[in-house]
Ligand binder design. Sequence first.
Ligand code: SF4
Length: 247
Amino acid sequence: MISQIGRIHSIETFGTVDGPGIRFIVFTQGCPLRCLYCHNPDCRNTHDGKEVTVDYLISEIKKCKSFIRKGGVTVSGGEPLMQPEFTKEIFRRCHEMGLHTALDTSGYCAIDVAKSVLEETDLVLLDIKSYKPELFYQVTHVSIETTLAMARYLSDINKPAWIRFVLVPHLTDDLENIQQLADFVATLENVERLEVLPFHKMGEYKWEQLGLPYTLRDTPPASPELVAQAIAIFKQRGINAIGAVGV
Ligand code: SF4
């Protein structure tokens, strides 16, 4: 029985930064990572948020159909692959309406679980939070292997992907970290673009509201020069890298 009910944090009806065109975004509730810079820390616990049906989301999506026709629907989070059947069913129904589907994921999921969701996914927005294993762990509190295996799998099945990398001064801006990530991404066959997302602190107040310790309080935002330097490293390897709206 396909899950028709899932737990979401919120929806956004006019998203412009999570995939091509104007998009309807579903932010699912629950995430296995604990990123230091998480801009949605209230998305992470699986028991928070609210339960909704796929029918409800589709009815909301239908209301926006005229302006998302050239964009589509993105399921983000949180981590959508924590609710694979729910996410797949949203995408399947979107495809019935002729809408483009994008999955925004950290890739921290068993490939066997992700497979059926990917059948209904047109584009994967894959966040790779660092390349050096110890740095990846420091940023996310999980290990890197699962995400890299997902990246390789997406390349093997030639699933279109945008890679996203959050550039955090004094943390992920380690030159070797970026160079090694660029070397890895250059081996993938399916990457249409790589977005460098400059760190900013717009989510800080949410950490404070939740009473969580925010360890990046003294970290400055990523400067345009730092972003340009990172983009150049990716471009040197033939990757279509651009600067994007940060987190
Ligand atoms: S993967 Fe996204 S939602 Fe999950 S902790 Fe990291 S930034 Fe937050």
